[in-house]
Design a binder for this molecule. Structure first.
Ligand code: PLP
Length: 222
């Protein structure tokens, strides 16, 4: 099936309130353009160099999201054009985004990556370390990097119950944070969860942003 048919089918399967991030990593400008022509405007990439190469060849109204592990020394380069960073996984990274965003007076939506999977991962906050961050003065003083929600990745398993349980816990954690820290702040609204293999479960469990790559673009081009 074509890229545009894939997008059409995914859109049909998700409620209109759920935003589809088309993950275009490992696919070239032509593939992105085909998705764009099918009406897709939100694209996700996990490497700075790759967005940099594609971005200038593509329409300016694309909303670029960063979904991969981000090193602090790359923040300055991506802040000018990035809309949302899904993978904020340390205080140091958040403060660097704030610094660079403040320099150019731009709002950047930051999602806190929460470690929800059974697997060991180097990245992501535990719920305790996340709450510690939210309690800190630094976090309350953010002006340009704002906390727009949370992101999580489920365990890579065939067991749908495990996946569902992990997504459910992320949604509960989001609700806790919302009640405790952002009851009046409409910007804290996003739960980024669900990829090609598990986005339907994620949507059932309350996802607002799904990040879908291979189900749209197929296997990697490079
Ligand atoms: C690659 C990637 C995706 C998309 O994965 P697919 O299984 O191809 O849909 C989603 N989220 C993150 C963080 C990724 O790195």
């Amino acid at each position: 099936m074509s890229i545009s048919e894939n997008i059409y089918l995914i859109r049909k399967r998700i409620p209109s309130g759920v935003k589809l991030v088309a993950v275009s990593k490992f696919h070239g400008e032509t593939a992105v353009r085909e998705a764009y022509d099918a009406g897709q405007r939100v694209f996700g990439e996990s490497r700075m160099q790759e967005i940099d190469q594609k971005r200038n060849l593509l329409p300016a109204d694309i909303e670029w999201h960063f979904i991969g592990h981000l090193q602090t020394n790359k923040v300055k380069a991506i802040v000018p054009y990035i809309h949302t960073i899904h993978s904020v996984d340390s205080r140091k990274l958040l403060l660097e985004i704030e610094k660079q965003a403040s320099d150019i007076r731009k709002q950047v939506c930051c999602l806190l990556e929460i470690h929800i999977a059974e697997e060991d991962s180097k990245y992501g906050f535990s719920s305790d370390s996340c709450l510690q961050l939210l309690n800190s003065e630094q976090c309350k003083e953010l002006k340009f990097a704002y906390i727009g929600g949370v992101m999580g990745m489920a365990t890579n398993t065939e067991d749908k119950n495990v996946i569902r349980e992990e997504f459910r816990r992320l949604k509960q954690f989001f609700d806790e944070i919302k009640t405790e820290y952002y009851p009046q702040d409409d910007r804290f609204s996003e739960i980024s969860m669900g990829m090609s293999d598990d986005y339907t479960i994620a949507v059932e469990e309350g996802s607002t942003l799904i990040r879908v790559g291979s189900s749209i673009f197929g296997h990697r081009e490079y």
